[in-house]
Write a protein that binds this ligand. Structure first.
Ligand code: HEM
Length: 315
């Protein structure tokens, strides 16, 4: 079933928008617990409860629908052997009566992956990589030339092709340095009293890591606000969680489990867009006209949506 069409599609989109909006709202109860009542007074708590109920009912419906589909599978002679993430979770639960996964866990995992996956992956490429490339026409041309040289007139690109476009990887790395989709990572709670740079951090303190500031720290990066993918051709800094100056995916055990998946998608989509199309700003717009303002939210989008025209490229 598709959730993007008709009346139900509209409702689904509104629900998700509200979900992401409340997720990114300043929440007093989490930040300054004794001010919990402020959330009540300004209506945030009521919004959270309402959307949590809606999302829960939606996910319940999704699981029910899949269970029905699984039990009817083959009734019409049409056996579908393909499994997606939801099938896999349901099957783990079905196979083992002592499984640690219950219905709430399945719904939680679906929501966790959905929330963490979609916006982050698309904002990286469809917004920030593209807008930085349009703002830097020489970089754009260099990348597009390299993409077209490696891919020639291929229609189907594989991972080996992508791995040969070194500059593509550098461009994505630099995009994630300047525009980490989740700039403050996921909040932590200190498990014990600690001293960091002279500050006493009490056990139980909520700790927020400003990845955005680290990735633009002038003590670490030359001209930190400039878009310079070249520097990643000459150094070994990577975002696998060992180089703490570049942490768009977080680090260590709490780091993003979807990193490889995200990179494959982002590299693949960007390579295809540059391979098959030429791009320009509408109405003869110039790179200087591009607005770079960010909008706050659970992921950081461009405040003014990017408008760009594609022209099919034939070699
Ligand atoms: C460019 C794309 C992405 C970026 C920049 C990104 C970044 C992050 C960051 C910064 C975190 C928090 C890590 C920490 O606090 O140390 C995170 C968590 C997470 N990411 Fe990603 N992510 C991306 C794509 C994806 C994709 C495609 C998936 C799934 C297929 C995914 C699944 C998750 C999950 C499930 C968590 C939560 C882990 C937890 O609860 O501790 N992410 N991601």
């Amino acid at each position: 079933m598709k959730y993007s069409e008709g009346e139900s599609g509209r409702k689904f989109k509104n629900m998700l928008k509200e979900y992401f909006d409340v997720l990114s709202e300043l929440n007093f109860e989490d930040m300054i617990p004794w001010l919990w009542w402020v959330d009540r007074v300004r209506g945030t708590s009521a919004r959270v409860e309402k959307v949590a109920k809606e999302v829960d009912e939606f996910l319940d419906g999704l699981v029910e629908e899949r269970l029905r589909k699984q039990s009817n599978s083959g009734d019409d002679g049409d056996v579908d052997n393909s499994e997606d993430f939801l099938d896999i979770l349901i099957n783990i639960q079905k196979k083992d009566a002592n499984s640690l996964l219950d219905r709430d866990d399945i719904k939680g995992l679906l929501l966790d992956v959905y929330t963490a996956e979609t916006d982050t992956t698309t904002t990286t490429i469809l917004e920030w990589a593209f807008v930085e490339l349009l703002k830097h026409p020489r970089t754009f041309k260099k990348l597009q030339d390299e993409v077209r040289m490696v891919l020639q007139d291929k229609n189907h690109i594989n991972q080996q092709d992508i791995d040969n476009i070194k500059y593509l990887k550098a461009v994505i790395k630099e995009t994630l340095r300047l525009h980490p989709p989740a700039p403050t990572l996921i909040p932590r709670v200190s498990r014990e009293d600690a001293k960091v740079m002279g500050y006493n951090i009490m056990k139980g303190t909520r700790v927020i890591i400003n990845g955005w500031a680290i990735q633009r720290d002038p003590k670490v990066w030359d001209e930190p606000d400039e878009f310079q993918p070249e520097m990643f051709l000459d150094n070994n800094i990577d975002y696998k969680g060992h180089d703490f100056e570049l942490i768009p995916f977080g680090a260590r055990r709490r780091g993003c489990p979807g990193m490889q998946f995200a990179l494959v998608i982002d590299e693949y989509v960007l390579a295809n867009l540059l391979h098959k199309f030429d791009w320009e700003l509408p109405n003869g717009g110039k790179e200087a006209d591009l607005d770079m303002e960010e909008e706050h939210g659970s992921t950081v989008h461009k405040k003014v949506p990017l408008l760009v025209m594609a022209k099919e490229f034939s070699s």
